[in-house]
Write a new protein. Structure first.
Length: 202
């Protein structure tokens, strides 16, 4: 009686974990698409052209004109510090830009924790599902009137599916996490490069 209850709970747990893993994979895909659209819409792929234009400027007025005509986040963030009358020297301006970068990073790093969590925990969750599946398979084998090796192998094979699912979900989650982390670092570096280029107009 107890063995049949354990088998039932193990089977239920294994199926729940498999559903949870597939749901997590759906969210990984959805969040990744959202982040790709966010970065492509709001940020430059390459700031070389923008920096080139700024280098040709001879005054802050010309720099502000260029930044005002740029609709990307890099220009918006730089303009916020540039328009602040308190930032009347190079050190204050660059310090203000650095502070703004740290504040904005919270929105740039959205979902990064989720990708990291899925990437690091999905394999273990899949392994737990496999252990539960094996418990259920061996319990069924023990309770069977005539033990069937073929049925047992089928149960074990089904139990291993959750481990495979966990690994398959974890790999892209880790790749996405690394990619987005690199993207955030590049954006921060780009903005600092723009601010240093503008500093020569002070």
């Amino acid at each position: 009686m107890i063995s049949s209850q354990i088998a039932y709970l193990a089977d239920l747990g294994s199926k729940f974990i498999l559903v949870a893993l597939f749901f997590a994979s759906f969210l990984v895909l959805a969040f990744y698409i959202e982040r790709k659209l966010f970065f492509s819409k709001h940020f430059h792929r390459d700031i070389s052209d923008l920096i080139g234009k700024i280098k040709k400027c001879g005054s802050r007025v010309e720099v502000e004109s260029i930044l005002n005509n740029d609709n990307k986040e890099e220009a918006r963030l730089i303009m916020r510090s540039l328009k602040d009358p308190k930032n009347n020297d190079i050190d204050k301006f660059e310090s203000s830009v650095s502070v703004d970068i740290d504040l904005e990073k919270k929105s740039w790093e959205k979902y990064l924790l989720y990708f990291a969590t899925v990437g690091s925990n999905a394999p273990f969750l899949g392994l737990l599902g496999t252990v539960l599946g094996l418990m259920q398979a061996f319990s069924d084998l023990a309770l069977a009137a005539r033990p069937d090796a073929k049925a047992a192998m089928s149960g074990i094979s089904n139990a291993l599916i959750t481990t495979v699912a966990g690994i398959v979900i974890a790999i892209p989650a880790v790749v996405i996490y690394n990619s987005l982390t690199k993207k955030v670092a590049r954006i921060s570096s780009d903005i600092k490069a723009i601010s240093k280029t503008i500093s020569r107009t002070f």
